[in-house]
Design a protein around this ligand. Structure first.
Ligand code: SF4
Length: 371
């Protein structure tokens, strides 16, 4: 049986960021205790479902998992090790925010199995952090990284936001240079999107947001800078040093099995997708919902083309018992002439230029194979 990834959602945040539409809430210590108890009960249900299958990645995401504090996180970790068949070399990641790293003892987390940190830096410029409504400063982030490194956890990822109002190429360079110099093994970039019901959306008339051209220029600038610093651009938004891809996130793009616990967490197991609704009560009542059948042709085309291994013909054949159509391959060759994809005997991959218009390229392939 193939290994499974385990996603653990911690829906708590100290403060809502101006752009955030994730499910995240404020909670008291008592509410966090209750949540931890329920999470552990829920993990026990999942352990019965997946039995002895090996778990090779564990990911604490949020929200802000670090607000739970060391003791609760260690309780959950110990439960995971007791109830699941966790691989000896499993990647075990926790997301942290610089404002809450004071609540966790990285040495203790490391002793209890955490071997990778993902930190929401977003920017190394205080004014940009203020605009985003983040509750940390650049010096908080810098200090947190020192503490992570001092604990011996040398595999850490930093999130960087692109398209922040007032962001310039110079200010972006300050952030990218900080990430590169910090020793980060992985960098995730996110284009600022204005989602409904966020503070940015409500107050949108007060800001000047980057237009499409500026967004594309910032993205291209980032790709070049990180590539010149030795990072592999292995997924549209993700860059890593050699051998430091996010093994957990790769499961999402390669349609591999993962289970998710917590409100709004999703699972893909044995070809079926499930989710918990975005509220705590449904989660406490274990109200797991069937979402759809996974492993569809559409999913494979959309997700595989996000990665630098691309759409692999042999994998396509293995999954769906058919080869990509001649029409798709001809279209790929046409797009190759425009510099948007690379085609060889066994794959189609987007180029850096192709990543910039990935939605349009992917839709063309979807139109050919599905519609
Ligand atoms: S820390 Fe993350 S999850 Fe929490 S409010 Fe900010 S963006 Fe949302």
């Amino acid at each position: 049986m193939n290994p499974v990834g385990l996603y653990i959602h911690i829906p708590f945040c100290v403060k809502k960021c101006n752009y955030c539409d994730f499910f995240s809430i404020n909670a008291t210590a008592e509410e966090m205790d209750i949540y931890t108890d329920n999470l552990i009960a829920n993990l026990s249900n999942w352990s019965i479902v997946i039995k002895e299958r090996c778990v090779d990645t564990v990911y604490f995401g949020g929200g802000t998992p670090s607000v739970l504090g060391t003791e609760r996180i260690n309780r959950i970790l110990s439960d995971v090790f007791n109830n699941f068949n966790v691989d000896k070399s499993a990647e075990i990641t926790i997301e942290v925010n610089p404002n809450s790293t004071g609540l966790v003892d990285f040495n203790s987390l490391s002793c209890n199995g955490i071997n990778r940190i993902s930190m929401g830096l977003q920017s190394a410029v205080d004014e940009e952090l203020r605009i985003l409504g983040r509750s940390h400063t650049f010096s908080d982030a810098s200090y947190s990284i020192e503490r992570i490194i001092a604990s011996g956890i040398d595999n850490f990822s930093l999130d960087v936001m692109l398209g922040i109002p007032l962001q310039t190429f110079e200010s972006l360079d300050k952030t990218l240079n900080f990430c590169i110099d910090s020793g980060a093994t992985h960098i995730s970039t996110y284009m600022l999107k204005i989602e409904n019901n966020t503070s940015f959306y409500i107050n949108r008339s007060k800001y000047v947001f980057a237009d499409d051209d500026m967004q594309a220029d910032l993205y291209e600038h980032t790709c070049k800078r990180l590539s010149s610093a030795g990072f592999r651009h292995y997924e549209i938004s993700n860059f890593c040093k050699e051998n430091y891809i996010s093994r957990h996130n790769m499961k999402y793009w390669l349609l591999e099995d993962y289970i998710g616990t917590g409100p709004s967490a999703h699972s893909l197991l044995d070809g079926k997708r499930y989710y918990y609704p975005r509220n705590i009560q449904d989660f406490y009542e274990n109200n797991l919902k069937f979402e759809s059948h996974g492993h569809t042709l559409e999913e494979y085309i959309m997700l595989s083309l996000r990665t630098d291994t691309g759409l692999v013909f042999s994998k396509y054949n293995e999954l769906f018992n058919i080869h990509p159509s001649e029409k798709l391959i001809n279209e790929a060759k046409n797009l190759e002439k425009l510099g948007l994809v690379m085609v060889d005997n066994n794959s189609v991959r987007l180029t850096e230029k192709g990543y910039l218009v990935s939605n349009a390229v992917i839709s063309r392939f979807l139109n050919i194979e599905i519609l």
